[in-house]
Design a binder for this molecule. Structure first.
Ligand code: NAG
Ligand code: CU
Length: 162
């Protein structure tokens, strides 16, 4: 049971990899990246992959100012393999654009908000809760305690009948 609980927790926290623009587009001139990011929630540990033809585009990570001005002059980093994987390591906002002339101005830019994974539920977070969080308690421990509570008074009543 403990192994199952651990597996479930790990699955909930598992990192995801998103192909930018997919499934309807990729890293191109047609995709609306503002809409695309709205359908996702990015957490630290996730990755985004820019997939494109390197003859047609590139990927430049820029500052907020660079993003606003469509300028890659003071870039943070640049990629040009056509299959660029970017790790979203920390909470914060990341800005990327295509450095080819006119592409960013045509909308080939993306802003990615990386937010902390959901906080634990109130039971797990409460400092007054039992040493083991509820999710880690084995079902049979809870069940046997409840059965004992139910049986105790009944057994006292029932004993003369046995
Ligand atoms: C990134 O910035 C450097 C200067 O820091 C510049 O030399 C380089 O051309 C820029 N790369 C792109 C793709 O704009
Ligand atoms: Cu481009």
């Amino acid at each position: 049971m403990a192994a199952l609980v651990v597996a479930a927790v790990m699955e909930a926290a598992a990192a995801a990899t998103y192909t930018v623009g997919a499934p309807d587009g990729l890293w191109d001139m047609q995709t609306d990246y503002t809409q695309w990011v709205k359908t996702k929630t990015f957490h630290p540990g996730d990755k985004i992959t820019f997939t494109y033809s390197p003859e047609l585009h590139d990927v430049v990570e820029v500052t907020e100012a660079g993003y606003g001005a469509c300028s890659s002059a003071n870039n943070i980093s640049a990629f040009r393999t056509g299959n660029d994987v970017v790790a979203l390591a920390a909470v914060g906002t990341r800005y990327f654009l295509c450095g080819l002339t006119g592409h960013c101005d045509s909308g080939m830019k993306i802003r990615v908000h990386v937010v902390a994974a959901a906080a634990p539920g109130p039971d797990a977070a409460a400092p007054t809760s039992a040493a083991a969080p509820p999710s880690a308690r084995c079902w049979w421990a809870v069940a046997s305690a409840e059965i004992a509570a139910l049986l105790l008074p009944r057994a006292t009543v029932a004993r003369p009948l046995w």
